[in-house]
Design a protein around this ligand. Sequence first.
Ligand SMILES: NC(=O)C1=CN([C@@H]2O[C@H](COP(=O)(O)OP(=O)(O)OC[C@H]3O[C@@H](n4cnc5c(N)ncnc54)[C@H](OP(=O)(O)O)[C@@H]3O)[C@@H](O)[C@H]2O)C=CC1
Ligand SMILES: CC(=O)C(=O)O
Ligand SMILES: [Mg+2]
Length: 764
Amino acid sequence: MSKQSKRIEALVYHAKPTPGKIKVVPTKKYASQRDLSLAYSPGVAEPCLEIEKDVNNVYKYTAKGNLVAVISNGTAVLGLGNIGPEASKPVMEGKGLLFKIFADIDVFDIEVDTEDVEAFIATVKNIAPTFGGINLEDIKAPEAFEIERRLKEELDIPVMHDDQHGTAIISAAALINALEIAGKKIEEVKIVVSGAGAAAISCTRLYQACGASLKNIVMLDSKGVIRDDRINLTAEKAEFATSRKIDTLAEAMENSDVFIGLSQPNIVTPEMLKSMTANPIVFAMANPIPEISYQLAIDTRDDIIMATGRSDHPNQVNNVLGFPFIFRGALDVRATKINEAMKMAAVKALSKLAKESVPEQVNIAYSETRLTFGKDYIIPKPFDPRLIAEVPPAVAKAAMESGVAKEPIEDWDRYRNTLLERLGSDNKLIRMLLERAKTNPKRVIFAEADQLDVLKAAQIAYDEGIAIPILLGRKEAIIALMEEIEFDAEDVLIIDPKSDDEVERKNRYAKAYWKKRKRQGVTIYSAEKKMRERNYFAAMMVNVGDADTLITGYSRNYPSVVKPMLELIGMADGVTRVAATNLMMTQRGPMFLSDTSINIDPTAKDLAKIARMTSRVTKMFGIEPITAMISYSNFGSSENPRAEKVREAVAYLHKAYPEMVVDGEVQTDFALNSKMLQDIFPFSKLAGRKVNTLIFPNLDAANITYKMLKELNKAESIGPIMMGMRKPVHILQLDASVDEIVNMTAIAVVDVQEREKREQRHVR
Ligand SMILES: NC(=O)C1=CN([C@@H]2O[C@H](COP(=O)(O)OP(=O)(O)OC[C@H]3O[C@@H](n4cnc5c(N)ncnc54)[C@H](OP(=O)(O)O)[C@@H]3O)[C@@H](O)[C@H]2O)C=CC1
Ligand SMILES: CC(=O)C(=O)O
Ligand SMILES: [Mg+2]
């Protein structure tokens, strides 16, 4: 993607469909007049009076306890400098989004129009009653130090300037681990710190707390090395002034072991890196452009341990790994501060986690085959689901031990479980799927590439490296649309099945088709004619191995596309029924619903097969299937043949696949409410389990439910995912959105990858 298209993509992302990245969502019922009289006047007076009596009740009756203010005055926004409060808002909203998706913390972002320290402090103090915590952000030094010090002193809720301490915690954890890999001692290494602002000063102080020696540190600001003979140094800079008679970064870097960059882009040169000792550690953390680019650094030295603040390279040392989890721990024990003990606990938890074996889910999410502690993996990845279970408890425990926790935690196992449950609602799975596709992209035919949305999806798949698109359709229309959306990809194959240019291919495919169906009334002439039709052409292209998979169905109804696919591609060996599942991103986490698209009234045996096939897809996403066979009846409560059919399917599955966690027939509310199920049907295999797969008794029920969830709950959906075909073929819903098509493309690619894996296992 060109720089210009990236710029446009970022702007459109922020502008559409609604401007901005976060919004407020009610957490209480508001449907009836009764609800409203509770939510507002007169009911609301009751909690007001309770809080008036005892101010701690504000945590009981309002959202304060889970609400953090992300506050900035826009004076040091990323590495963009003093761009003002309004211009900082996208970053603050971004932090809000990260707080929510990583730690389920709600955020109001607040941009304050003042550079005056006293006015800023007064503003924050005046609004503090609203919040459970205050995250100060992108405020320049030295003002940031005074602002944070005073607010910490004067408020009784946790206050943290993230650029200082978030960055310090993460980079200290990474530094400890990098030193271990380099075989060096923190007490002995020579450290160069470029930058003497909020982030740099705090990081360096924390490294000292971890053992680094002041005499081994050289710090630089915009004027060069901070020497003890420089006049007018701020107190914070003076703390790190060196007696060495050097002035430049190049001089400072000579024979140093560690470079810490929290300053400006592109100020470190290859020569400087070459002058460092063996196994140099370089954390170029300026955002978005580091002090030296990752590629240049690793091209310059083989032995470097390199990190940046960015997510597109190994070793992302960025405070995103810290603030959500640190605040989570602090809020959960109602800490009055985030103190040194809590920071150190977070450092230790992060550094320890990087050394533990990485769950497969994380490898998949980051396109890695096997992440292991080493030069390219010195710190956990932000999407590691273990972070929420490890860091907040460590922080909370330290808060309790250091006497700043107002609400100590008693049951740690229960606390860990609630933390894990908080992760249910984000779309990590989709990200994981896309990342997994990228590890080994496949040739995907977009059979309706002359449709704008399909082409846009193909462009994203191409740009992101998810797939190698093959564009089918009217060539001129495709080329015109490609120009319109700036899809420049000379290496992408465009094929028009109707055009005479494709005679060779068409003849080849027609012959293959005719060979297969010559005893079913197909003549070579009719086969050739059929190949002018894009779905036939695409299917044959996959059949003969000229493409790996195909995506179609955007502009035609589902059955009319399924039919030719079944005729041309057919079912996999041993399969007697194809079916489709939909993955829905619901508020309680991902749910697989089957069969949403194909079998109108499946038999008991069909249902069992659908459950088996769905289990395989569930596993493809790294999720262990826990399957409920849905009915209007619960475990024999109805004698009707419709309930009996589901019972029979369950009996068959229990007998044939005793290892499967599946049960029923069961009503949806029991299936989805593990406590209810446990209380009333404790004998069930599902009792106390979190069901993630629902098999419906017929197409009406499944299709209605999935569409209802999609429309009413705005649950994102992936699918329908075709199951049971001989070759991977995926059919879109009529009018699927661009995102849905991209997701489907990733599914198609992962489907091919999975089949290849199975084949390899088979050969071995
Ligand atoms: N990866 C991460 O998680 C994080 C990265 N950062 C990055 O760190 C950088 C600084 O942020 P922050 O501390 O909040 O901002 P500040 O404005 O507080 O500090 C910036 C510092 O950089 C110094 N500086 C400017 N130019 C140079 C130069 N050529 N050589 C050396 N130092 C220079 C400034 O010097 P002077 O004092 O003379 O003005 C100042 O000390 C930004 O790029 C930001 O994106 C920040 C927080 C987290
Ligand atoms: C990551 C961050 O907070 C910064 O670059 O400012
Ligand atoms: Mg910042």
